[in-house]
Design a protein around this ligand. Structure first.
Ligand code: 3PG
Length: 212
């Protein structure tokens, strides 16, 4: 596992963020750091993603800021140029994945089938996003896939919540879980960063409870 993956394993939960306004990036990053999850997957679903990553990465170099929902090599270039330390995609696009890996940047493409797992492993990956986790069979499916692929590790995202995250975190083949429950768009738009910090703290307390 790469050094980046080991850092993410220590953090345990990656907040998956949709930012409409780059002015929210710094207060959000402060809430994540103060709450105990100093990382973010900033999704390329909005025009503000690139600038948000740039601001967070510049202001908080110690924070692990990555880009999510990266669907094209052009988006990957913009995300990396903005300071993304890792790249995530919802599905497995071998061309985009190879492009990012060849640049020396960690990438975890999303997979939810054995065939996709084998495609990712063929590119040298030992860690993949498992997406959408709950609709695709959740922990049961991850354990079934982990059995034959003994060197593959998972980052489940999609439908993870404070109610089910403990079970995922207990399984040693899971690096970390992604989730949006602590960084909901309505809280960000309303500027409720104290509330976000509280939810982030509750999430990081769960990681401590399970992983010590
Ligand atoms: C996403 O792509 O939005 C992530 O999978 C987050 O999923 P969640 O909202 O179910 O946590």
């Amino acid at each position: 596992m790469t050094e980046m993956m080991l850092k993410l394993k220590k953090i345990g939960i990656i907040p998956v963020v949709v930012l409409d306004n780059a002015d929210d990036a710094i207060p959000l990053a402060e809430a994540l750091i103060k709450g105990g999850l100093p990382c973010a997957e900033v999704t390329f679903r909005t025009a503000a993603a690139e600038e948000s990553i740039r601001r967070m990465a510049k202001a908080f170099p110690e924070m692990i800021v990555g880009a999510g929902t990266v669907l094209t090599t052009e988006q990957a270039d913009r995300a990396i140029d903005a300071g993304s330390k890792f790249i995530v995609s919802p599905g497995f696009n071998p061309r985009v994945t190879k492009y990012v890996l060849d640049k020396g940047v960690p990438m975890t493409p999303g997979i939810c089938t054995p065939s996709e797992a084998e495609g990712a492993m063929e590119l040298g990956l030992d860690a993949v996003k498992f997406f959408p986790a709950e609709p695709s069979g959740g922990l049961k499916m991850i354990k079934a896939m982990a059995a034959p692929y003994v060197d593959l590790n998972f980052m489940p995202t999609g439908g993870i919540s404070p109610e089910n995250v403990r079970d995922y975190l207990k399984y040693d083949r899971i690096i970390c879980c992604g989730g949006s429950w602590m960084v909901k768009g309505d809280l960000i738009r309303a500027g409720k960063f104290d509330e976000i910090e509280k939810l982030v703290k509750e999430a990081s307390d769960i990681v401590k409870e399970i992983r010590g």
